[in-house]
Design a protein around this ligand. Structure first.
Ligand SMILES: Nc1ncnc2c1ncn2[C@@H]1O[C@H](COP(=O)(O)OP(=O)(O)OP(=O)(O)O)[C@@H](O)[C@H]1O
Length: 256
């Protein structure tokens, strides 16, 4: 898998005139990589992910997955959003099966596939529950199972733990890291939480504020199998400080 974002610009036409949300964005994600893009509010993070998901088209530049231009949403890119996007009237199992049904997979295979991924995220015993019976963290696990069941080439995550309390968020981060390690999936996540990005990713793109540009690319070398304890280490804090300084610097540059 090779995701390439090449010279991407995105401009919105607003009643107040054109608004440049993203400017000259160059990024890539390779097979099995966990990459984060961090930026302040309004730096264009969600716009960037929506472009990769094919929910918006760039004003200029190109996004490709394995050389194929992104021209709309596709099963090769699985999406997990911050807000809970499960269908409230469907059971957990039905929610995970839904995308497979749309793809025309027959019922038996669909059930097996959904069960397999509910097992992967540790929620097999909740397959008949409704989303309202689940905690926030569990709902996001179902959303991850639903995305993975489609066998995407890459998982796109838009602040997936942003609505969770601190303890749940940290346990979900560890869960996701363990899943990534176990399944060898490729992930592009956007977040404004610097420590989350440092804990999870191998590379971080730091976005400057309005218009969003890549201020820096930082490689994180904290080892592949990270545990909670890594957050207490000197190198972890060093990376967080470095990225916070970059974010502060870019914010200062754009101040009126
Ligand atoms: N559909 C749209 N029409 C007009 N302007 C938009 C649209 N979508 C986003 N924008 C503008 O583009 C800029 C970037 O927005 P975006 O939501 O991508 O930022 P963000 O970094 O994800 O912010 P946050 O962290 O607050 O969610 C903002 O100034 C926003 O108002």
């Amino acid at each position: 898998m090779h995701l390439e974002i090449a010279k991407v610009h995105k401009q919105f036409d607003t009643p107040q005139g054109p608004l440049v949300a993203l400017k000259d964005i160059n990024m890539h994600v390779e097979t099995g990589e966990f990459v984060c893009a961090v930026g302040a509010s309004g730096s264009g993070k969600s716009t960037l992910l929506r472009l990769v998901a094919g929910l918006e088209m760039p004003t200029a530049g190109e996004i490709t997955v394995d050389g194929q231009p992104v021209i709309g949403p596709g099963a090769d890119r699985g999406m997990v959003f911050q807000s809970y996007t499960l269908y409230p009237w469907m059971t957990v199992q039905e929610n995970v099966e839904f995308g497979l049904k749309l793809q025309g997979m027959e019922a038996k295979q669909r059930r097996e596939e959904a069960s397999r991924y509910l097992d992967v995220v540790g929620l097999a015993q909740f397959s008949r529950s409704l989303p309202k019976e689940l905690s926030g963290g569990m709902k996001q696990r179902v959303a991850i199972a639903r995305a993975l069941a489609n066998h995407p080439k890459i998982l796109l995550m838009d602040e997936p733990f942003g609505a969770l309390d601190v303890q749940t968020k940290e346990s979900m981060q560890e869960f996701l890291l363990e899943l990534w390690d176990r399944l060898g999936i490729s992930i592009l996540m956007i977040t404004h939480d610097v420590s989350e990005a440092v804990f999870l990713s191998q590379r971080i793109y730091v976005l400057s504020a309005r218009p969003g540009t890549i201020a820096e690319e930082v490689s994180i070398d904290l080892g592949q199998h990270r545990a909670y304890a890594v957050r207490r280490t000197e190198p972890f804090h060093h990376y967080c400080d470095e990225i916070m300084d970059l974010l502060r610097g870019t914010a200062a540059n754009t101040a009126p």
